[in-house]
Design a protein around this ligand. Structure first.
Ligand SMILES: [Zn+2]
Ligand SMILES: [Zn+2]
Length: 429
């Protein structure tokens, strides 16, 4: 069986997933589809379900090295996307449906050709829920019930031990925008992010009769927004810092001076060290703004995802395969972006790469996103991936790999989310 022969079947399953988008931790139909496909291809398949919808299975188990091919099951909340689910607002405008199809293409190829037997490592396929950081009210319910401990599917899988015997993580991701040539991308580092919440507290009075003894919380938040805007000059370019302050909660009427307003913002940076530094700047701006008008501010910090530094050593195998390959015409290298992903968290524990592939039009997470070169995505690109995987066989230098524990991961998160409120009390959430 070749990628050409199985193309139509793979493209069909991709279309089915695209047409049935599901949000994170709710990918039941998608997971079922994956399960049925794996069982059809390999009646002997041993599946390890995890979390809500996650699935894991290995080929050639028991070899001394274990490489995971990771696919994300979830869709984005994007009700205005042209093919969104009218009931849930979910849409596949991050291209994860193609990741799943590519993983299935590889699985089928390796089972039917038995080519995995020639690899000197175990090849494990991991289908992970909930990469997108959204639908948080539902995830809060799951957290309360104890179904999950993390918003992100990969941290959750890490906690459950799904990656305990994995040495290397290999992911792929759609590239947004159109490309003249069939293109891949390597070493595209991603930002990490925090969620910050600032609740400004003042004193309410009648706006006409006695504004003099009021403390205007809305004005404090306005000062804060101005301070953040001006602080951008002091944020390092190379860190690609992003902040997006929005009003999360306010209860205001024109005849009362507002005494409470909550502003939320993400904070994105390319390194953990700078994330802490920039978070301090934001907190100082909030404290100063509150103080300027004699109010107070409560600060809450919630961890998003860690920055993703692609493993340069592993990317060399991709570059080498690209140079040998005559079907893919262009490669992008070293273009960091401020998007984030929970692959950053996994990459803290072990070396990971995420190879980009073109074949789409429209913007990632945009209303117009769709694939336009399915032959490249489901046939040429998976064939290329087998060249990468074959290139790794027998040639991975273990001294260039690293391993950190889940406990170390938790310690790092704790060091990031610890912040002080204006009263000097430490607030953590
Ligand atoms: Zn996305
Ligand atoms: Zn994505």
């Amino acid at each position: 069986m070749s990628f050409k022969e199985q193309y139509e079947e793979i493209a069909q399953i991709a279309r089915t997933i695209f047409e049935h988008p599901e949000l994170g931790y709710k990918e039941f139909k998608t997971s079922k589809l994956v399960e049925e496909f794996l069982k059809k291809v390999n009646p002997e398949v041993e599946l390890q379900p995890f979390s809500t919808t996650g699935l894991r299975t290995s080929l050639g188990a028991g070899k001394p090295l274990n490489i995971a091919f990771i696919a994300e099951l979830d869709a984005v909340y994007a009700p205005s996307h042209w093919r969104s689910d009218p009931a849930t607002g979910a849409a596949h405008n991050c291209g994860h449906y193609t990741q799943v199809a590519i993983a299935l293409a590889l699985y089928k190829y390796y089972v039917e050709t038995k080519a995995y037997e020639n690899l000197d490592y175990t090849l494990t396929f991991i289908f992970v829920p909930a990469e997108e950081y959204l639908d948080l009210a539902y995830r809060d319910e799951l957290l309360t019930k104890g179904t999950i401990s993390y918003y992100g599917g990969k941290p959750e899988a890490m906690k459950l031990g799904v990656f305990d015997d994995i040495d290397i993580g290999l992911c792929v991701h759609a590239m947004g925008g159109e490309f003249d040539k069939r293109t891949i991308e390597i070493n595209c580092d991603l930002a990490g992010f925090l969620y910050k919440q600032y609740t400004f507290k003042g004193k309410a009075t009648h706006a006409g009769f006695d504004p003099f003894s009021a403390k205007n919380a809305y004005s404090m938040s306005t000062l804060f927004n101005v301070a953040l805007g001006l602080s951008r000059q002091q944020m390092r370019d190379s860190e690609k810092v992003r902040m997006n302050p929005i009003v999360l909660e306010s209860d205001m009427s024109t005849n009362v001076v507002p005494n409470r307003i909550t502003v939320g913002s993400d904070l994105r940076t390319l390194s953990v060290e700078y994330m802490k530094e920039a978070a301090d700047k934001m907190d100082d701006a909030a404290r100063g703004s509150a103080l300027a008008l004699q109010g107070e501010v409560d600060i809450k910090t919630q961890m998003g995802y860690l920055p993703f530094v692609q493993d340069r050593y592993l990317s060399e195998f991709v570059m080498e395969a690209f140079q040998r390959n005559d079907e893919i015409e262009a490669i992008w290298n070293n273009n960091a972006i401020s998007a984030a992903g929970d692959i950053g968290d996994l990459a803290f524990m072990m070396p990971c790469i995420q190879i980009g592939y073109s074949g789409f039009t429209g913007t990632i997470h945009g209303d117009d996103f769709k694939d336009i070169d399915p032959e490249y995505i489901y046939e040429v690109f998976p064939r290329f991936l087998t060249q990468v995987l074959e290139g790794m066989s027998g040639r991975i230098d273990r001294s260039k790999l690293y391993r950190r524990s889940f406990a170390e991961y938790e310690q790092l998160l704790a060091s990031i989310v610890k912040v002080k409120s204006i009263n000097g009390n430490e607030v953590k959430s």
